[in-house]
Design a protein around this ligand. Structure first.
Ligand code: P6P
Length: 359
């Protein structure tokens, strides 16, 4: 499909919809509502240094983390706007313990999982942060996911329980059943990057117009990289295979493109976005640093699964490092954590060989 630069994201979404005559326009409406929420958050984030929104809110979230005022603002902005958009049957937020119901009488056929402001510990030091979202179709009355195959782009004959509130069961679906996933990165510019299963496209916000314009059509992650992103401060908590892999990347072997360079911001969306554009491998493996988090720090529904969908659509790969593809994990609870190793396919394959003990 021809995508001229200067194309707005709204036009891009409508063009995608036109490619599916059976589409009802609900997904387009849902994405456009999310985009309005993103613009609202972007304006607040960019004012953070000036307005009295810096610092802590004095509350803690389900993860036991201090909730920053901007976290709260972002969470509320998305919740309030999406609760009555009419396209969702249920939502869940990384900041909230339980599912978030939609307004009665406004129930629709999709579900939304979101991390309203990931990397919030970086807010006060002006490091890029981001919003991550993941969209599924609700399960049908018989409790089955509507599609049996990955990244379906065909609306099969299916009758959702229209008009009924959704439940956690509608949320707890494999990443491969996602209908759309994306993130907004609030950095030197605000960018929206998302997929609906037909490639990955990036849009940059022109704040003077309030429009997202296509700036990165058909994003493809380089198959091999020269960057690795990991918090080496956790080295002593990793297993031997993980240590061997990172040591291997740092060895001098110019013929085989090593040593790699280390790039780690400590803000997942920023680290992921850089790797998506330049190539790279990001690792947040399981470690024995915190007995309460044996599977690492990152969450499946709000971080790993949406970014896995994006990276696979861009030609990359996402695994746990203990034999599982992120997109195939059956979620068991809303705030489930998983190890995340994601990025350029060659590097993920090589990391997997070390972590399996095969290399
Ligand atoms: P660490 C930010 O708090 C976050 O959730 C992700 O954005 C980031 O990738 C990770 O934690 C950083 O964790 O343990 O390296 O500080």
């Amino acid at each position: 499909m021809y995508r001229p630069l200067g194309m707005t994201v709204s036009r891009h979404i409508m063009d995608l919809q036109r490619m599916h005559p059976e589409a009802t326009g609900d997904l387009s409406g849902l994405l456009n509502e999310l985009i309005v929420a993103a613009k609202t958050i972007s304006a607040e984030v960019n004012m953070a240094g000036l307005a009295d929104v810096l610092g802590m809110s004095g509350k803690t979230n389900i993860q036991g983390e201090e909730v920053q005022k901007l976290d709260e603002f972002a969470d509320n902005t998305i919740k309030r706007r999406m609760a009555r958009c009419g396209y969702l049957c249920v939502m869940t937020s990384e900041e909230e313990e339980d599912i978030i119901p939609v307004r009665e009488g406004y129930e629709g056929k999709y579900t939304l999982a979101f991390d309203p402001l990931d990397g919030s510990s970086n807010i006060d030091v002006n490091v890029s942060i981001g919003t991550i979202f993941s969209i599924h179709r609700r399960k049908s009355d018989d409790g089955k996911s509507p599609f049996g195959r990955r990244n379906t782009d065909i609306e099969e004959e299916w009758h959702p329980a229209e008009g009924k509130p959704g439940s956690a069961l509608d949320i707890l679906q494999k990443g491969c059943y996602q209908v759309a996933a994306g993130y907004i990165i609030y950095g030197s510019s605000t960018m929206l990057v998302f997929t609906t299963g037909e490639g990955v496209h990036g849009f940059t916000l022109d704040p003077s117009v309030g429009e997202f314009y296509l700036s990165h059509p058909e994003i493809r992650i380089p198959q091999r990289s020269k960057y690795f992103s990991v918090n080496e401060g956790n080295y002593s908590y990793w297993n031997d295979n993980m240590r061997r892999y990172i040591n291997y990347l740092k060895e001098q072997d110019k013929e085989n493109g090593r040593p790699y360079s280390s790039r780690y911001i400590g803000s997942l969306v920023a680290d992921f976005h850089r790797n998506l554009i330049t190539g790279g491998i990001f690792l947040y493996p399981k470690d024995n640093k915190d007995p309460a988090k044996p599977s690492g720090k990152l969450r499946l529904l709000y971080e790993a699964a949406p970014l896995a969908y994006i990276v696979e659509q861009a030609g990359g790969r996402a695994i746990t490092g203990d034999g599982r593809e992120i997109m195939e994990i059956e979620p068991e609870e809303l705030h489930q954590r998983v190890p995340l190793i994601i990025g350029s396919r060659y590097d993920i394959d090589e990391a997997e060989a070390f972590l399996d003990g095969r290399k």
